[in-house]
Write a protein that binds this ligand. Structure first.
Ligand code: PEP
Length: 249
């Protein structure tokens, strides 16, 4: 039986001014010893100050995106090394909002995942179908192609997490059926096992993302092949996110 530790990961997106730091304190106070990994991905502007506050707690920090190069003339971008320097242990790459807003394709996402690995960060690689894809019965084809194109050939299971996030479920309050989540997660693990081998397939963690809340997290996290969640809106308030961490514990 694989023993994968569950993870509750929060993606704050473009939310959070300095006052949001109190959410970290509140969360820490309510989570003395969570039995899952807890990761918060705040805007890059808050990483350093949150890293200082999170020192010695169970809460780890991640970035929301990185450039594929280490440094150079890329105005406005942040490298994986800079995230690590600011206290991150992971970075989300290929979020559907980056794919849509910034035209990122699978090759770009793969380069960013390689950069994350180069900097010693865990790459949380996002995949997921649009509503049109699902309606047209293309979900597994789309997710399969994203996996093939976005994961580096030399990825290791410890440094790689896949987040399955149906685009139509993000921020909408709608989720796939539990059966649909199970089907896609089973498919993802099988695809990764085919490409990287049994040990990788058994060990790699797969998160579900898309309108996870305290009220539905437990039933989603019980699904075979779901190793936790990547959570947007419900990660912004410590009181909401705590319910999700509890469900993953
Ligand atoms: C996300 O954007 O990663 C996400 C899952 O958002 P939400 O939980 O708000 O649907």
């Amino acid at each position: 039986m694989p023993t994968r530790r569950k993870m509750a990961a929060g993606n704050w997106k473009m939310n959070g001014l300095a006052e949001a730091l109190s959410e970290l304190d509140t969360l820490d106070a309510t989570l003395p010893r969570p039995r899952c990994d807890v990761l918060l991905c705040p805007p890059a502007t808050l990483l350093s100050s949150m890293a200082a506050l999170a020192k010695g707690t169970a809460i780890k920090l991640g970035g929301q995106d990185c450039h594929w190069q280490e440094k150079g003339a890329h105005t406005g971008d942040i490298s994986a090394e800079m995230l690590a320097d600011a206290g991150a242990v992971a970075v989300i790459v290929g979020h559907s909002e980056r794919r849509a807003d910034h035209g990122e394709d699978d090759a770009t996402v793969r380069a960013k995942a390689e950069a994350a690995h180069r900097a010693g960060l865990t790459a949380i690689i996002c995949v997921g179908e649009t509503g049109d894809d699902r309606d047209a019965g293309r979900t597994l084809d789309v997710v399969g192609a994203q996996l093939d194109g976005s994961i580096p050939d030399n990825a290791d299971a410890a440094g790689t997490i896949i987040a399955y996030e149906p685009v139509w479920a993000i921020g909408t309050g709608r989720t796939p059926t539990l059966g649909d989540i199970e089907e896609v997660h089973r498919f993802i693990r099988a695809r990764l096992t085919d490409r990287f081998g049994d040990a990788f397939g058994d060990a790699v963690r797969l998160l579900y993302g898309g309108s996870v809340k305290a009220g539905n997290a437990a039933e989603i996290f019980e699904i075979a092949d779901v190793d936790g969640g990547l959570v947007g809106g419900a990660s912004l308030k410590a009181s909401d996110f705590k319910g999700i961490v509890d469900a993953a514990s």
